[in-house]
Design a protein around this ligand. Sequence first.
Ligand SMILES: Cc1cc2nc3c(=O)[nH]c(=O)nc-3n(C[C@H](O)[C@H](O)[C@H](O)COP(=O)(O)OP(=O)(O)OC[C@H]3O[C@@H](n4cnc5c(N)ncnc54)[C@H](O)[C@@H]3O)c2cc1C
Length: 619
Amino acid sequence: MAKHKTHYEDCDVLVVGGGMAGTGATFEARHWGRDKKIICVEKANIDRSGAVAQGLYAINCYMGMQWGENQPEDHVRYARNDLMGMVREDLGYDMARHVDSTVHMFDEWGLPMMKNEETGRYLREGKWQIMIHGESYKPIVAEAAKKSADKIYNRIMITHLLMDENKENRVGGAVGFNMRTGDFHVFRAKAVIVAAGGASHIFKPRAVGEGMGRTWYAPWSNGSAYALPIAAGAKMTQMENRIVLCRFKDGYGPVGAYFLHLKTYTQNANGENYEKKWYEQTKELVGEYIDHHPTPTCLRNHAFIQETMAGGGPIHMVTTEAFQDPHLETVGWENFLGMTVGQAVVWASQNIDPKYTNPELTTSEPYVMGSHATCSGAWVSGPEDLSPPEYFWGYNRMLTIDGLFGAGDTVGGSAHKFSSGSFTEGRLAAKAAVKYIEDKKAEDLKVSDTQCEDFKTKVYKPLETYTVAQNEITGGTVSPSYISPIQGLQRLQRIMDEYVGGIATNYMTNANMLKRGLELLAWLEEDLENVGAEDYHQLMRAWELKHRALTSQCVTEHTMFREETRWPGYYYRGDHMKLDDDNWHCLTVSRRDPKTGKFSMEKVPVYHIVDENEKKKAS
Ligand SMILES: Cc1cc2nc3c(=O)[nH]c(=O)nc-3n(C[C@H](O)[C@H](O)[C@H](O)COP(=O)(O)OP(=O)(O)OC[C@H]3O[C@@H](n4cnc5c(N)ncnc54)[C@H](O)[C@@H]3O)c2cc1C
């Protein structure tokens, strides 16, 4: 262990992850904490890290309040509708009321915004989306963070949170390692903001073997945002609410601009509008939710999945009409060139010119994330002026561990934040974190050398395991005493795929399958004590896998707990196929006991704050 040098850094605010939420948090922490020491630690390089690494073509969350386009209440109603009623409206409203100011800063910082030539306003792609030339979106927000932080550490993966030894349930910082130098890093901090993105690759992806890594969600998002707080005993919410995306096949190119701006539409292999065909069947399952506008994302997926299972596939996007217009054709291609170049390459390799051939669509494997059209993540306190008592414990976006905050994909219950909303939520969390420090809530922190050394031993164990056990190999690469990160990953993905509602079963699961899945996940956890890493890159893979496995356990426990099919099209509980508002119009909350590793589950009321307040005002 001595060969790995330990670096200590003491700071006020530690931001884990320099993606959209992390850059927002770092920027805002400096605004409120001029005299504070602010550190941001990023697994990759902040200039091109996270889900926005490659750029975006649209900012998906902008109210346009200055022009009276939308109000925060409208956005709450929209997110509530899309998530079949299950959102934290206090968090959604809070984000929505601040998101426009974030977008205006992006504009000032030089992000090229498309303008409507007639009105001079930002060019709308849809009701909530505005169009940008966003190839450099990430470097632009990274610059704001770099100018705000005392130091940005790149290439350090945070593996564990440190806990205060003087006061129970209070965070004390985090530890991790540099995957280039191999050095161990201890960050003792008064407040920690976890902004480490969502989780891909916990379910088996459609593309395996030579296509591995080709997923919709960023392949490097490994669930640290969930595993770090879960391991420390923080409560989580809605972890069953995984997302399945309908996207262009093989390249996972986005469809938003196509539907909203190009006005393309989908049809089955016979050229029929298949969504209509499944109306009555869906109504049987979810009742009046199918009549809501816009149709909830999961229900549109449901029609796609049913149609494909009934033999109506492949499903196509009809592009051949829109692409006859040269302007729309240009937009269609630029949409990919600014953020998903791979889709254009896939079409070229498959001889598809969307002007003459309607490209195929597919539904993805499930992902876990809190900022898109689902809301898995940590159970956090809301803002003091909006949140009912069950949702408020002192500091906005603070988890159920004192001093530990979250933003972006980390935070559960608040869907449809997207890039701008995640940055905004980072700002909100940072403001609260600075106040937490100024209120002297982080006095007398104690993080002993023993705690740090224990983590150090754990972190490097996969290197030790490999070094010792490779001597037992007599031929090939398979060891009797360790598994490699890729072997462990593939085993995890199969468990999740086959038992927890992945593509193998057309997203179907039930209590028996989930129970078996949990058993297999427990044995995997045991075996992951013997994961071996031959170098620092593989050490990162080993820790990514451990974080994915812990996140998966939580997802499975939640899926088991909610005995209904709330979101057909995201997953199905075959033993409870119908939506059940009488028993399950509530949020699910879990906690894993760090000492025993056992999860406990509870139901928490879902408050419909926006319209309740309006009803009260009217009466
Ligand atoms: C394919 C795709 C397309 C999208 N399209 C749009 C769009 O068109 N418009 C829009 O507005 N939004 C879009 N979004 C949503 C937007 O990208 C996310 O909402 C946003 O990036 C979430 O912010 P975040 O900070 O939570 O996660 P991220 O931005 O992903 O950042 C997480 C960061 O944490 C780092 N990290 C992870 N683990 C660790 C660790 N253990 N230690 C240290 N660092 C770590 C990662 O490297 C990363 O930099 C899209 C998302 C995806 C996946």
